[in-house]
Design a protein around this ligand. Structure first.
Ligand SMILES: [Zn+2]
Ligand SMILES: [Zn+2]
Length: 226
């Protein structure tokens, strides 16, 4: 049973208006990521490209990353409420937004595992919940393929090079991994966490790894959470 959901009055995760967990205005107000986008990392670009300024020259172990909405102020507030309140309904809404925005992929779903300490503090894990909900919507298997091999410092506020070092080798994958794996996470900021997870999956034998997130940071919005 979703105890918090029973005890707390229902209100919008973004604007806190009493009523639905996500009001219609806020749901429609999320900024969808629209073409042209970088075909590798999904950054908005002026025209379609295979590599963009953000990802060219970086060794990213994933073949593609796709996000449904821009990680702007409203999306950040939604993710924050989702983490704090842990409502299953918010995971369901997040999955619906993703499934509406992105084509159904092929492969086995997995998710970026929570940091052990922080998962205990929160008592739940949005990426895992999102993967489980997407598995239902997309009718794909979901497997727990990744675990953390060590604790990492929070990525918040770290420059890209430090983020990469901070999470390098932080994940271990099941061996053997399925051939095609889709890693689910709540937010894509610089791709460092997704790349570290994808590296582990590749070491475990995955041939192709794709990343799917609810939100993706877009340059110029100045929001960084991981
Ligand atoms: Zn609202
Ligand atoms: Zn790119």
């Amino acid at each position: 049973m979703d105890l918090l959901g029973v005890l707390l009055p229902r209100r919008c995760a973004v604007c806190a208006t009493p009523g639905e967990e996500l009001c219609q205005d806020c749901s429609e107000g999320f900024r969808r990521l629209r073409a042209p986008l970088c075909s590798r990392c999904d950054a908005p670009t002026v025209w379609p490209v295979a590599r963009c300024r953000e990802c060219s020259g970086r060794r990213l172990a994933f073949a593609s990353a796709r996000g449904a909405i821009a990680y702007d102020r409203a999306a950040a507030q939604f993710v924050r409420s989702w983490k704090e309140r842990g409502l299953r309904r918010l995971a369901h809404l997040a999955a619906a937004i993703v499934a509406e925005a992105l084509p159904r992929p092929e492969g086995v779903l997995t998710f970026v595992p929570a940091d052990p300490g922080r998962a205990r503090e929160r008592g739940h894990h949005p990426a895992g919940r999102l993967a489980a909900e997407l598995a239902v919507l997309w009718e794909l298997p979901v497997e727990h393929l990744l675990r953390r091999s060590r604790r990492v410092r929070p990525q918040r506020g770290l420059p890209v090079a430090d983020r990469r070092k901070n999470v390098a080798g932080a994940f271990v994958a099941a061996d053997p991994c399925p051939r095609t794996v889709i890693v689910v996470d709540d937010v894509y900021t610089t791709g460092s966490t997704a790349a570290a997870a994808a590296s582990a999956l590749r070491r475990g034998g995955a041939r192709s790894v794709h990343v799917v997130t609810l939100a993706r940071a877009v340059r110029g919005h100045g929001l960084h959470s991981r």
